[in-house]
Design a binder for this molecule. Structure first.
Ligand code: GLC
Length: 743
């Protein structure tokens, strides 16, 4: 498909209309049903619809046992939704209590963190973003929805769409990296994958883009920390993926833990009402993050949990996750007159609308059944898609002397490193229902491909300082023709509450590499990690480096497919790799400053003890073949503000094997009414070329591509000179120049 994103963008508009078109006209049949139900609800029952609690089994041995306390709360209509209740049987038993034993029989919503797969765990979202294939990511989310829905789930707390410019922040693993353009396409794709064509379909999950907003902007990359950014940075960097997700029809949104400039998102009416509903027309409901309503007291913006409840509900948070604030205080707030019934009803109406849209009042059990679970979970086709996504997410960062793919005729291969046989970490930090026993480790994948040619020695642990395994690893390296060292982070070192103050390999892994290098054999380092790492030493000493992130349940097979050349790697980095943690934040779409870094000159913006450039730039990734870019052509050198501009480039596969290349287009507005980034991704397309084949790739720059927010925060196309840059990454580009006229 020539321009999959165009199809995607068309789908976005239709999806948004599909999900909400029938509701945004007052007096529709759905609204009448909601009004009718609302009119029969007591205040207590209304509050119950705004309460989301986690499922807690009453028994340590039976994880599906219902506690009497939970049953009583559900029967009384004091809980409207549950998270972490998983499985057709368990959800059926709890739903029956709600539907048959409560006064009004309002069905529960069952939510869960289906972030990148359910039981068929796909590569982490940062890896999926490395494919630069939005439609492939949509397919991955679709499979996740089909499996989760069969297990009785209605709602996923995903996609996580937070832009992240600081790899010290562990949750960079869960998002699509540092760029708003790529991140927006991925956000919309995942929403469409989860919700499908019709959120009422039996295989659909209600999506919940999170964490609104700017959670990734935490100072120091420390999770939950203060965010203090300008309105411009908020709107240009952090909001676009959320807007794309809303336009794609997302039916719920989760607000974030952090504050922005003194106002926590959970109490931020500018975010939750003015922007989300006022500017974007969002009509679903907003759920808090875990306890983030009650935490307003910790933030110091509410004196009590009761004040916190009033603040959050009034700002636009419709449902309280696990915080008890709404559960414990909303009744009192209404009775005291502090909380108006109108505000309460508005929130309840939004929640009921989603339950009606899901069809829960017609069929509260939907398609969930243990039979369907058996049929859909980990099916061969799901595993195959997981393997394909994993293959296409791997990023080749170095390949000197064409070490990879492993050549025919290679004898013994030594596989070393603490992550080689780690089938837990390969699932990533948010693998929810995924199980290590279902996963193929790298070692298992390599053994399946090369059998007895594989020697294995772990060498060391992921962390810690024991070098007791070094000798065995060196011995294996000495016996082999080539060494594959699987190094990186445990999955617990990224994800939530897993920020790092350093970005090197943990423990003694670099020392292990030095040890096996004594065998004088070429080493390919296979990285398994949840964030960009600062690994100049690895880059220096390894002959080849393959970034695999956490590649999911089929990860080991996908890595073997690429290492042995059955698949030519085509991934590109969605986030910058620095030389050192001291350079952070380091991202490609930075401002130029008045004194951009020039190494030969002292008086400009650079470090005296570190490079100012990245180790690997945004958009970077090699192939087993070689692509040459030539003949960048602009259809015109001067356009009017409303005109489109066609940009063409020829790409040649100059190597000896088929390969796929992500052709990337960046612009730079050289002089705006405010300063502009030195580069902004505004288009990309992944093409496949046979050896020797050349193809002309065309892009269309539209007014939207060239637009910016002027000082009044109005989106405009300003006259002046622009650069357009095209290449296989954000650094190595061909550059053209054009003018936008003033008329
Ligand atoms: C966590 C996370 C959020 C997740 C929620 C439910 O604290 O911040 O991403 O969806 O709780 O598990």
């Amino acid at each position: 498909m020539r321009h999959p994103h165009k199809v995607l963008l068309l789908l976005l508009v239709s999806a948004h209309l599909a999900v909400f078109a029938r509701e945004d006209k007052p007096g529709t049949a759905l609204d009448l049903r909601i009004d009718s139900l609302l009119s029969r609800m007591t205040i207590e029952e209304k509050v119950g619809q705004l309460v989301l609690m986690t499922f807690r089994s009453k028994s340590a041995v039976d994880s599906t046992a219902l506690s009497p306390a939970l049953e009583a709360e559900v029967q009384a209509g004091k809980i409207g939704s549950l998270l972490n209740a998983v499985g057709a049987d368990l959800t059926h038993r709890i739903q029956r209590v709600a539907v048959e034993d409560s006064r009004l029989g309002i069905p529960l919503l069952f939510g869960f963190d289906v972030i990148h797969g359910f039981r068929t765990v796909f590569p982490i979202p940062l890896a999926e973003a490395s494919t630069w294939e939005p439609d492939l990511v949509r397919q991955s989310a679709r499979v996740a929805a089909v499996e989760a829905a069969a297990s009785g789930l209605h709602w996923t707390f995903a996609p996580m769409v937070d832009i992240a410019r600081d790899p010290r922040w562990g949750r960079i693993a869960e998002g699509s990296g540092e760029d708003p353009f790529l991140g927006s396409l991925m956000a919309a794709s995942r929403v469409m994958g989860f919700q499908g064509e019709d959120v009422g379909d039996q295989t659909s999950l209600v999506a919940c883009p999170k964490h609104f907003a700017a959670y990734g902007g935490a100072e120091g990359g420390r999770d939950y920390n203060t965010v203090d950014i300008s309105e411009r940075t908020l709107r240009e960097v952090y909001l676009p993926p959320f807007e794309a997700a809303v336009k794609a029809g997302a039916a719920t949104i989760m607000c974030s833990f952090n504050e922005i400039g003194g106002v926590p998102s959970t109490a931020n009416s500018h975010l939750l009402t003015d922007i989300l509903r006022g500017e974007w027309g969002f009509q679903g409901f907003v759920v808090s993050d875990w306890g983030s309503v009650a935490e307003l007291q910790e933030h110091g913006i509410a004196a009590t949990h009761e004040d916190a409840a009033l603040l959050a509900l009034t700002a636009g948070v419709d449902m309280d996750m696990e915080g008890n604030a709404y559960h414990d205080y909303c009744m009192e707030l209404v009775q005291s007159g502090k909380l108006s019934v109108e505000v309460l009803d508005k929130a309840v109406r939004r929640v009921l609308r989603v339950k009606f849209m899901l069809g829960l009042f017609e069929n509260p059990y939907r398609s969930a059944s243990s039979d369907r679970e058996q049929k859909t979970i980990l099916s061969p086709s799901h595993r195959q898609l997981a393997r394909d996504v994993a293959r296409r997410s791997l990023v080749l960062l170095k390949n000197d002397a064409g070490l990879l793919p492993v050549r025919e005729g290679t004898g013994l291969i030594a596989v070393v490193g603490p992550l080689a046989d780690d089938s837990e970490s390969i699932l990533g930090p948010w693998h929810a229902a995924g199980r290590a026993q279902d996963a193929i480790s790298v070692l298992r994948g390599l053994r399946a491909r090369a059998g007895k040619r594989i020697l294995y020695a772990k060498g060391c642990e992921i962390d810690g300082n024991s070098t007791g395994g070094f000798a065995e690893a060196l011995d294996a390296a000495r016996k082999a023709d080539v060494v594959i060292a699987v190094l990186g982070e445990a999955s617990s070192m990224s994800g939530e509450a897993a920020s790092r103050a350093t970005l090197g390999l943990p423990g003694v892994q670099e020392q292990l590499l030095d040890e096996i290098l004594k065998a004088k054999k070429p080493v390919a380092v296979v990285l398994m990690n949840g964030r960009p790492l600062a690994i100049p030493g690895i880059h220096e000493r390894a002959t080849a480096v393959l970034e695999t992130w956490f590649a999911g349940v089929e990860g080991g097979n996908a890595v073997a497919d690429v290492l042995f050349g059955d698949v030519n790697p085509s991934g590109k980095l969605p986030a910058t790799f620095p030389y050192s943690v001291g350079q952070i934040p380091l991202y490609y779409n930075h401002k130029n400053t008045g004194r951009p870094p020039v190494d030969s000159v002292k008086w400009n913006s650079k470090y005296i003890d570190s490079p100012s450039i990245p180790l690997y730039p945004f958009g970077y990734g090699l192939s087993y073949t070689r692509f040459v870019y030539r003949s960048l052509t602009l259809e015109k050198l001067r356009i009017s503000p409303g005109e489109h501009l066609k940009v063409s480039v020829e790409v040649l596969n100059a190597g000896d094997r088929q390969g796929e290349e992500v052709v990337q287009l960046y612009i730079r507005d050289l002089a705006g009414s405010v300063t502009r980034p030195v580069k902004e991704l505004r288009g990309f397309v992944k093409i496949s070329l046979r050896p020797g084949e050349a193809r002309t790739v065309n892009f269309i720059l539209t007014p939207a591509s060239l637009s910016m927010l002027n000082p009044a925060m109005k989106r405009v196309v300003e006259p002046g000179a622009f650069l357009v840059q095209v290449g296989g990454n954000s650094r190595d580009v061909l550059t053209g120049r054009f003018e936008v006229s003033g008329d």
